[in-house]
Design a protein around this ligand. Structure first.
Ligand SMILES: *Cc1c(COP(=O)(O)O)cnc(C)c1O
Length: 355
């Protein structure tokens, strides 16, 4: 499919102070758009000036939440090259989400090409500051004007871009999280493994209560017994117990993070034992009491590695590694950001250059 390009006649001024970008507030001059209509398939791929979308008030996405999304970044290396990190994995996962939400499949290779094209058009928007990047948000939503419940016949696929600042402006600060014991995020047979808006809508209440108590995030347990550890809502979770790296198994209620997958691969390539298995909060607390809980960290595209310094489970407060970043967390952070910003050779073949 050909991608038509219509350039804006009124380009916006680019942010001058890249230390104040923050996350998700600023959008570039252009976006990618493609339509789906039953019988016709995906069509009219185009790059157009960034603008509002017009929807019927009856658009199905607004009523029943048939929507999926992805999140990845473009990085500028020291020599000015712009590159993506494992974009093929994002579009593969998007098709898994699509299948679960009864949204039509996309051509993964074409979408990687479309993403490259859009980033190429917006190349000057990719920040130059160390640690800053261009966040890429592909998403699909149902547009049929119909208030009945069924999978839609019409969809829009958009990609928007947002320059975002360094996640850690003051070094890798460990986060404070608590174990959520009241609410659940996902259950077996549900949509936990899909990147869909609904999973976030469900998580807001727990997140809100955590913020009110001065915690940054909640650690979700399984939705049935509230015993097994799942993830942190927008990050996967890892524990280092007695030198072994452990992350919960993907049982259908955990989002299969690309950073999670990459962290496991980096550990294994360095001869560090890295295991995917079910792990209970009791086991973590026991390891802590025995002095074997070396490190806890989250993984996700936004922060890459987010050390957990403070973990609360009921009345039990665990301070991990003296509230400092651990050895394995630091190694993973250095390796992955090193590859992303082109500071170390990409021996895994994960980066995709924009020409
Ligand atoms: C996107 C996301 C993650 C992290 O995935 P990455 O591919 O590593 O960015 C983790 N949990 C949830 C619920 C997510 O939506």
């Amino acid at each position: 499919m050909e991608i038509k390009i219509e350039l804006t006649k009124t380009p916006k001024a680019k942010p001058t102070d890249e230390t104040k970008l923050g996350f998700g507030h600023i959008f570039t001059d252009h976006m990618f758009v493609m339509n789906y209509d039953t019988g016709e398939g995906w069509h009219d791929a185009r790059i157009v000036p960034f603008d509002n979308v017009t929807l019927s008030p009856a658009a199905m996405c607004l009523h029943y939440g048939q929507e999926i999304f992805e999140g990845l970044k473009a990085y500028r290396t020291a020599d000015g090259t712009v590159q993506l990190f494992r974009p093929d994995e994002n579009y593969k996962r998007m098709n898994v989400s699509a299948e679960r939400m009864v949204i039509p499949q996309i051509d993964e290779e074409f979408m990687v090409e479309a993403t490259k094209k859009l980033v190429e058009v917006e190349k000057d928007w990719v920040p130059h500051t160390d640690g800053a990047s261009l966040y890429i948000r592909p998403f699909i939503f149902a547009t049929d004007p119909y208030v009945g419940v069924r999978p839609a016949d019409h969809y829009l696929f958009l990609i928007i871009l947002s320059p975002s600042g360094a996640y850690y402006s003051t070094g890798l600060n460990p986060v404070k999280i608590y174990v959520e014991q009241k609410y659940v995020r996902a259950v077996r047979g549900g949509t936990g493994f899909a990147k869909t808006a609904a999973n976030y809508a469900i998580s807001l209440k727990g997140q809100d209560e955590a913020h009110a108590q001065d915690y940054e995030q909640v650690l979700w347990l399984d939705g049935v017994e509230q015993k097994y550890i799942e993830e942190v809502g927008s990050m996967n979770i890892f524990f280092v117990i007695d030198g072994e790296v452990i992350t919960p198994l993907l049982t259908g209620s955990v989002l299969p993070g690309i950073t999670r997958k990459s962290a496991l691969e980096v550990c294994r390539s360095k001869g560090i034992k890295a295991t995917e298995r079910r792990i209970t909060i009791e086991e973590v607390a026991k390891a802590y009491d025995e002095g074997k809980l070396d490190e806890v960290f989250g993984t996700g595209t936004a922060a890459v590695i987010s050390p957990v310094g403070h973990l609360k489970w009921g009345d039990k407060v665990m301070t991990i590694n003296d509230n400092k970043i651990g050895k394995i967390s630091q190694m993973l952070y250095d390796t992955m950001t090193g590859i992303q910003w082109g500071k170390i050779p990409d021996e895994f073949g994960w980066t995709v250059k924009i020409d």
